[in-house]
Design a protein. Structure first.
Length: 211
């Protein structure tokens, strides 16, 4: 009988740890989007594992919440970088980007988890990078006149949150309705002769103060 090498055992353990971590994060996302105040034991039950196994990976609920937000930020940054690298006509690039962000549902985490934990320095750096890329992409659209003049970059952040707020229980129907209203919003964003918007746009301080 062949005895497995130390390296092959280590590889299998690493692969299993990754699978377990994915199970935990998927379960945590479902649980905390339903109820951000749920105990970590609910996450363990949702993931189908014991609480001790979960604590081997995450020592506290706060650490788990931070990891969820990090994953959401990474996805947003990846999509924004992809849009910036896209050489197609800028409005097509931007509208496709908005569709991908809505489908990825990264802003549901913002709606549910803002203010429920203390962000780390790493999270703040990721958020700053996300903000930098968002401004760069939006500036390209604004410079070409592809979006109405009274829309500012932080308006788009709240548009994403408004779409993420659409939740009707059934995931497929929720996705359909989010795409429906995104289509309506995209038409409005391009309309250069619309009535002036009331009030000033939000600021980054408005957005970030919630954390």
């Amino acid at each position: 009988m062949r005895i497995p090498s130390t390296s092959s055992i280590r590889t299998r353990r690493t692969a299993q740890a990754t699978i377990n971590d994915d199970r935990i994060l998927d379960a945590a996302r479902r649980v905390f989007l339903r109820n951000p105040h749920a105990p970590i034991s609910t996450v363990a039950a949702e993931a189908g594992m014991g609480i001790s196994a979960l604590y081997l990976r995450y020592r506290s609920k706060e650490q788990l919440l931070r990891q969820l937000c990090q994953e959401g930020l990474r996805r947003y940054i990846t999509e924004t970088e992809a849009a910036l690298a896209d050489s197609r006509e800028i409005w097509l690039v931007y509208s496709d980007f908005m569709h991908r962000i809505v489908d990825a549902d990264t802003h549901s985490l913002v709606l549910r988890l803002a203010g429920t934990f203390k962000p780390t320095k790493e999270l703040r750096l990721q958020a700053a990078r996300s903000q930098e890329l968002t401004i760069e992409l939006f500036s390209r659209v604004k410079t070409t006149g592809g979006i109405r003049a009274d829309i500012e970059v932080v308006d788009i952040a709240l548009v994403f949150e408004q779409l993420a707020a659409i939740q009707i229980g059934d995931a497929q129907r929720t996705a359909q309705l989010r795409r429906r209203y995104l289509a309506l919003i995209l038409v409005s964003l391009r309309n250069p002769v619309g009535s002036p918007l009331p009030g000033p746009p939000p600021s980054w301080e408005d957005i970030n103060s919630r954390w």
